[in-house]
Ligand binder design. Structure first.
Ligand code: NAD
Ligand code: MG
Length: 436
């Protein structure tokens, strides 16, 4: 496969510093749903061609299950992974994508895979450029962005640049480059549909707003499970081990987001994500702890009505909705059991237990380079924690310090954002070395 990458173009920023989009809601800009083509009076629904980026991950595996239960509606155009070749090979055989791409083209394992037996007779390619080229072309309609971290940004940008529907799980794309991603989507009429369960819930609840005005929404309320350590005494948090942080009470997710959930950095990133997706300032975003993870988030309207979306915690539902919107298709995920007793509760966030959360509000308020810096510092710090080099409680402290000391720019280009990303990672490594 040729490797001439459709590199994301730099997009001019029409909006002034950190202004949310002028559209009432930034999501689902333009585009169409599972469109039917009328031929001789009959409506023929051509399957929509889906690329699942990060198919070996938690979201990727759920997305494959959703597609399996929607045969005829969708076809699997492409899957990608970075490593984990054993699982990827099995996915190629079971799900038979048209194209399979391993983005890590430097490893011997990848080269062996490219040259080895091809029992499913599918097209194979290696490298990020090959993936970008594939999702930019006519053989893909919908891109499920399920790569973890800023590594997912280039493909998210390529998807919107080429007018695809972006089913966005990779929240880091918005945290790092929200302004750029939305401006690019607007230009190309691409749709961005959130997969993150909270944002999917808000996206659904906002559809009650039939005559949106700038003030019809009072605020949005993001729910947070509180993570695996929510009942620990605050003074014990610094003793949390990797296993403690990775044992999530309600969700089964990848390692990075599970650690983010323990520190509540995940919710901090989601505050920024919501700010960009729904065009609301930080002051109109609130976070509450909801331990059962049944209410996925809420919209409080001006008149005091609160509209929530409820379902058992299973990412297959938001993935399915992002694929089928505005249609609703039969459930792939488990449904609510209304014959079983269930109590729902919520309570405010204790900032001493979760100091990371405030960083998300700060980033949503300041914008510019802050998202890139916070995200990179967090990715690097989580990696150090997972290597047992720092304590869980160090993550928020490191991120705060790096954020405070960075060279702020209000309207950065993609190149500037990536430069700040590298700088923040280097700072975290320097900080770690100074401790050794
Ligand atoms: P994961 O770690 O389980 O999977 C990550 C996937 O990304 C894997 O397929 C991996 O091969 C691929 N990948 C890793 N590094 C890469 C790189 N450098 N280049 C290309 N591909 C790479 O992660 P996950 O839990 O599925 O999360 C994926 C994304 O979805 C994250 O942004 C996360 O915040 C978001 N998200 C996840 C959940 C969840 O329930 N897991 C919920 C909401 C949002
Ligand atoms: Mg979420």
């Amino acid at each position: 496969m040729a490797t001439s990458a459709a590199r994301p173009r730099r997009t001019d920023h029409a909006r002034p510093e950190n202004q949310p989009p002028t559209d009432r809601f930034a999501v689902a800009i333009g585009g169409s749903a599972i469109g039917g083509l009328a031929i001789g009076g009959l409506v023929v629904n051509a399957p929509r061609k889906v690329a699942i980026l990060g198919s070996t991950g938690s979201i990727g595996r759920s997305a494959l299950e959703v597609l399996k239960s929607h045969r005829g509606t969708f076809e699997l155009a492409c899957i990608s992974c970075h490593q984990q070749l054993d699982l990827f090979k099995k996915q190629c055989i079971e799900y038979r994508p048209k194209l399979a791409v391993v983005t890590d083209d430097s490893s011997l394992q990848t080269q062996q895979w490219l040259q080895g037996p091809n029992p499913s007779s599918i097209l194979r390619a290696a490298g990020t450029d090959a993936l970008i080229q594939a999702i930019s072309g006519p053989d893909v309609d919908i891109v499920v962005a399920a790569i973890v971290g800023v590594a997912g940004l280039q493909s998210s940008l390529a998807a919107v640049e080429n007018g695809k529907r972006l089913a966005l799980a990779n929240k880091e794309s918005l945290v790092v480059a929200g302004q750029l991603l939305l401006a690019t989507a607007k230009k190309s009429n691409a749709e961005i549909i959130p997969v993150d369960s909270e944002h999917c819930a808000i996206f659904q609840a906002l559809q009650c707003d039939k005559r949106p005005t700038p003030d019809s929404v009072e605020k949005i309320i993001l729910t947070a499970s509180g993570g695996p350590l929510r009942d620990w005494p605050v003074e014990d948090l610094e003793k949390a081990t990797i296993d403690d942080a990775l044992t999530h009470p309600t969700w089964s997710m990848g390692r990075k987001i599970t650690v983010d959930s323990a520190t509540m950095m995940n919710k901090a990133l989601e505050v920024v994500e919501a700010h960009w997706l729904f065009g609301l300032p930080a002051e109109r975003i609130q976070v509450v702890i909801h331990p059962q993870s049944i209410i996925h988030s809420m919209v409080e309207y001006r008149d005091g009505s609160v509209i929530a979306q409820l379902s058992p915690p299973d990412m297959k539902l938001p993935i399915q909705y992002a694929l089928t919107y505005p249609d609703r298709t039969p459930a792939t995920a488990k449904r609510m059991d209304w014959n079983a007793s269930q109590s729902l509760s919520w309570y405010p966030v204790d900032p001493d237990r979760y100091p990371a959360l405030e960083l998300g509000f700060e980033v949503a308020r300041r914008g510019g380079t802050c998202g890139a810096v916070l995200n990179a510092a967090n990715e690097a710090a989580v990696e150090l924690f997972l290597q047992a080099k720092i304590r869980l409680t160090d993550i928020a402290k490191i991120c705060r310090t790096v954020l405070q000391h960075h060279d702020f720019a209000s309207s950065p280009s993609l190149e500037e954002l990536l430069k700040q990303d590298r700088w923040a990672r280097d700072e975290v490594m320097r900080w770690n070395k100074s401790l050794c």
